[in-house]
Design a protein around this ligand. Structure first.
Ligand code: MN
Ligand code: MN
Length: 465
């Protein structure tokens, strides 16, 4: 090869270019990426709702010797704990050697809820010899995407006597599944000319759950009675028990490799389990001198409100508990803490190139993506991390060989979105967004790159080091 010219050398030294993590990796690292992805796919299949995400995180934490913590329990250096918030959110944490007053804590916050179709409180009805459940969608979805695909029902019902029954139908081989019907194109003339938000409307998202009439001439709604009798037999449920139920219809398909080369993963709910899993495993596999916490929270998709969302006081309380355990000043602990708000970002999709600004869009396989700011319009409602904090993270990544990139959600004024970053920042904790670029975000089937998944895990380890 001819020797590089002075200008070529200078250009290489001075110019910035994103790197493809696959290309940057040895065979050994590539194998690690693919192996790590197997654990992630199993997590995805086991954790389609926040309740299941919480239970699965607890299961994995227990395997690594973490034990349950309740507010007020004593804490000491080296403790490996998990705190369960109402079975929908969990904080897995490890107390480090360093003094929390001087060193603060290291937080990685991700969410384990995902867009889906929730069942209403009085949902069951019969029409046209079929039985349906009425629904209210959860999170920002394109409603038309949720028709004509197999759906599973997940959730919990609290019966009249207070007993909680978990329900999960449509995941096991041999299980029936459910679906939302769509209109045949032959009769779709009006539908096809409607705006996408009206192709299928909210009140048309009814889940088909039965079709067998109960064998009794005296009964009016025979199909509904068949469904009710099965629910009663299997779960001890009566129709009234839907009042105190949280049931969700989620895509029934499992996580699968995408592509001849298996570089990508297709699944429901990468947002944000693709960050929650690395956050969790980074804390589980950690021996840092810092105190580290993976906060896996609920309700991000609907604004982080409620007792299990990031805005709940309990996450701050937990940091205060850690401070108290070491007689540390709570305010100083927070001031010296650092956080990654770990959520997905939009991956550049050449099929929709028009909404991206390519120089500042996350590219698939170029590693975990830092979004200095999120928000909409003029960065409205964004955390917008400081250059100082970004610089600090950048240095840690460089020192640990993390292949990463920066990005923003899309073109200026193309739309926007938010994360939990601003709620952590409100506690006086430096925070920046970092997570996996996702294709088809919020669709029933989203796609990510195995390189970006693994890069996120490596980035978290570097952050907590
Ligand atoms: Mn998200
Ligand atoms: Mn989302």
């Amino acid at each position: 090869m001819a020797e590089k010219s002075k200008g070529q050398k200078l250009s290489e030294t001075l110019s910035y270019k994103k790197k493809n993590y696959f290309e940057e990796s040895s065979e050994k690292v590539r194998k690690e990426m693919f192996d790590y992805a197997e654990g992630y796919k199993a997590f995805l299949d086991a954790a389609k709702t926040e309740r299941e995400g919480c239970a699965e995180a607890v299961r994995l934490a227990k395997e690594k010797g973490f034990t349950r913590y309740e507010l007020g329990d004593s804490l000491k250096k080296g403790d490996k704990k998990y705190y369960v918030n109402r079975d929908k959110s969990v904080v897995v944490f490890r107390i480090g050697e360093k003094n929390p007053e001087e060193d603060g804590v290291r937080i990685i916050a991700s969410h384990i809820d995902a867009p889906r179709i929730d069942i209403k409180q009085n949902p069951l009805y019969e029409d046209g010899n079929m039985c349906f459940l009425k629904t209210h969608y959860y999170g920002g979805i394109k409603k038309y995407q949720w028709t004509a695909i197999p759906l599973a029902l997940h959730g919990a019902v609290v019966l009249f006597d207070g007993k909680k029954v978990d329900i999960c139908v449509g995941e096991e081989a041999g299980d029936p599944v459910f679906c939302i019907n769509d209109l045949l194109p032959h009769l779709g003339r009006d539908q096809m000319s409607a705006p996408a938000s009206k192709i299928v409307e909210g009140e048309q998202l009814n889940v088909l759950v039965g079709g067998l009439p109960y064998a009794d001439e005296e009964v009016k709604e025979k199909v509904k009675l068949t469904v009710l009798s099965i629910l009663n037999e299997k779960y001890g449920m009566k129709e009234e028990d839907f009042l105190s139920a949280e049931l969700s219809a989620v895509p029934a398909f499992t996580a699968r490799d995408i592509g001849f080369d298996r570089a990508l993963i297709g699944a429901y709910g990468h947002d944000d389990r693709v960050c929650a899993y690395p956050a969790l495993t980074a804390v589980l596999n950690n021996d840092s001198a810092h105190t580290v916490l993976a906060m896996l929270v609920d309700k991000e998709e609907i604004g982080s409100d409620g007792t299990t969302g990031m805005q709940c006081q309990v996450y701050e309380d937990l940091i205060e508990e850690i401070a108290l355990a070491f007689g540390a000043n709570f305010r100083k602990v927070r001031a010296n803490s650092k956080a990654l708000s770990s959520d997905v970002t939009a991956a550049y999709d050449p099929n929709f190139a028009g909404v991206y600004e390519k120089m500042n869009a996350a590219l698939v396989s170029c590693g975990t993506c830092m979004n200095k700011f999120t928000g909409a319009g003029g960065k409205s409602s964004s955390n917008d991390a400081s250059a100082e904090f970004v610089g600090e993270i950048r240095k840690a990544f460089a020192e640990n060989g993390v292949v990463w990139q920066t990005g923003e959600l899309g073109k200026v004024d193309a739309g926007g979105g938010g994360t939990v970053a601003k709620f952590i920042a409100k506690m006086n904790i430096d925070t920046v967004d970092l997570g996996v670029p996702v294709l088809s975000m919020h669709a029933p089937y989203e796609v990510i790159s195995k390189a970006d998944l693994y890069s996120t895990y490596k980035a978290f380890l570097a952050f907590m080091k």
